[in-house]
Design a protein around this ligand. Structure first.
Ligand code: NAD
Length: 479
């Protein structure tokens, strides 16, 4: 019998209604059994977070610092074990899983430091004899709703700043991957968080997520996930006059110019398009290539794509793990069919792969002769599928790169300082990469996009304070 992992509500581990967490590399492997919260459980979690807020918001900064530091230390000490858990439940390769866990530890460490660094401002007033102070205060109860593709990093980069700045939290991980979030909540609870400060409610978006969104006691919502869910959360949040932050989809371009270093271009695109099975919001899915290098680049990239080793996430030879579940797999396959029907040329991959285990394995798919008007170039696929679009020159490449409803990440591969500088200045994405993959970012600097990709203040680094605090301006008559 597998141990039941329960929800954490008001300091108690509770819940009996449970589901199995299935390994996408091997559907016969049950990663664990996890409770599913009801509407009633979720309401109790919100009430507990509300009740815990006044005391927690006034806790000494050294206490908050110590809890976050202790959490960081335990996550980092257990990175191998937690990396295996993550790779088993989500399917990214073990080095990627361990890398993500390491990042979660670094995030808690960073925000442990931020607790001690939160500063305000003191200004002279325009009125003689008055002083003005600008301070930052916690908001209240933060509802955190996360997707399946970064099961430990995304919950960490929301929970850590929320707690660091004195808020209380109700967190709901994606139903597909509750294990990694359960593990960090368990670590935080043992690190000394008072009851009710952090509550975990695992379960369905339509039940648990919707109850959080509908509650007037959730002061702010930090969400990462699809555009459709994000829009629903935005509409409900406006009704409640509530602060919200949305990180959503992407259709990220990498531009490859004639003067690019071919090896850098191929590796950069293969990494960003196909690693983590293409299931990253920052993945490259449009490869915009100028005429002079086009044929040579496509030949080399097709070769690299063909040779990518797809397999069990825990196998040491695996470069690309499985797709996360059957519904994402059928979405990927549907888009591969759509690409062919639209007239793009499938030059590599795109077929199911058989391995010893029964899992959702798909050889990464590379299309050429695509146009930016095709659905495979406009809609987020969220799988290992990329389309090469041929353009005449840099100017056409820039216009094509910006011609999208999204704006999360954009890359350019070039040896020209002139084009690199121009691209950094004129790309309409929130994050721009020169000669590095569009996916893969640092934990101590802001993360976020523009246009349809994001809404609200940036996440991560010291910029996280923008969302997780509210500014107060106080005037004092000095006498
Ligand atoms: P999703 O929108 O289906 O689910 C995200 C979360 O919202 C889950 O926890 C889900 O249970 C919950 N949810 C669903 N319905 C809800 C409702 N009615 N009310 C409240 N919560 C609800 O997204 P997903 O399939 O888990 O994740 C994939 C998407 O996430 C992709 O579009 C990807 O681009 C995006 N993503 C974006 C970023 C970024 O930073 N921009 C990062 C990672 C993933």
């Amino acid at each position: 019998m597998l141990e039941l992992h329960r929800n954490l509500i008001d300091g108690e581990w509770v819940g009996t209604d449970a589901v199995e967490n299935i390994n996408p590399s091997n559907v016969n492997d049950v990663v664990g059994v996890y409770a599913r919260a009801s509407e009633e459980d979720t309401k109790r979690a919100i009430a507990a977070a509300k009740a815990a807020f006044p005391a927690w918001s006034r806790t000494g900064i050294l206490d908050r610092h110590a809890i976050l530091r202790k959490t960081a230390d335990e996550i980092l000490a257990r990175k191998q074990e937690l990396g295996e858990l993550l790779s088993r439940e989500e399917g990214k390769s073990l080095p990627e899983g361990i890398g993500e866990v390491t990042r979660a530890g670094q995030i808690f460490d960073f925000f442990a430091g931020e607790v001690l660094r939160l500063a305000g401002e003191i200004l002279p007033s325009v009125r003689p004899g008055l002083g003005v102070e600008i301070t930052r205060e916690p908001l209240g109860v933060i509802g955190i709703i996360t997707p399946w593709n970064f099961p430990i990093a995304i919950p960490s980069w929301k929970i850590a700043p929320a707690l660091a700045y004195g808020n209380t939290v109700v967190v709901k991980p994606a139903d597909l991957v509750p294990g990694s979030t359960w593990a960090i909540v368990d670590i935080l609870a043992r690190a000394g968080l008072p009851k009710g400060v952090l509550n975990l409610v695992m379960g369905r978006g339509s039940v648990v997520g919707q109850t959080m969104v509908d509650s007037k006691d959730v002061t702010a919502i930090s969400f990462t996930g699809s555009v459709a869910t994000g829009r629903r959360i935005a509409a409900a949040s406006i009704e409640h006059n509530r602060k919200f932050q949305l990180e959503m989809g992407g259709k990220n371009p990498t531009v490859v110019l004639d003067d690019a270093d071919l090896k850098v271009a191929v590796e950069s695109v293969a990494q960003s398009a196909f690693f983590s099975t293409g299931q990253r919001c920052t993945a490259t899915s449009r490869v915009i290539v100028t005429e002079g290098i086009h044929d040579e680049f496509v030949k080399a990239l097709a070769e690299r794509t063909r040779n990518l080793r797809v397999g069990d996430a825990l196998d040491k030879d695996t470069e690309i793990g499985p797709v996360v579940d059957p519904s994402q797999l059928s979405q990927d396959i549907d888009y591969i069919e759509i690409g062919k029907a639209e007239g793009a040329r499938l030059v590599s991959g795109g077929e199911r792969v058989k391995r010893n285990n029964e899992g959702y394995f798909l050889q990464p798919a590379l299309f050429t002769e695509a146009t930016n008007a095709m659905r495979i170039a406009r809609e987020e696929i969220f799988g290992p599928v990329a389309a090469v679009i041929r353009v005449k020159d840099y100017e056409e490449a820039l216009i094509t790169a910006n011609d999208t409803d999204f704006g999360l990440s954009a890359g350019i591969v070039t040896t020209s300082l002139k084009y690199a500088t121009h691209f950094k200045r004129n790309s309409e994405a929130g994050m721009v990469m020169v000669n590095v993959p569009t996916a893969g970012v640092d934990f101590h600097v802001p993360f976020g996009g523009r246009k349809g990709s994001s809404y609200g203040p940036r996440e991560q680094g010291k910029y996280a304070a923008e969302f997780f605090t509210v500014v107060k301006t106080s005037y004092t008559l000095a006498g």
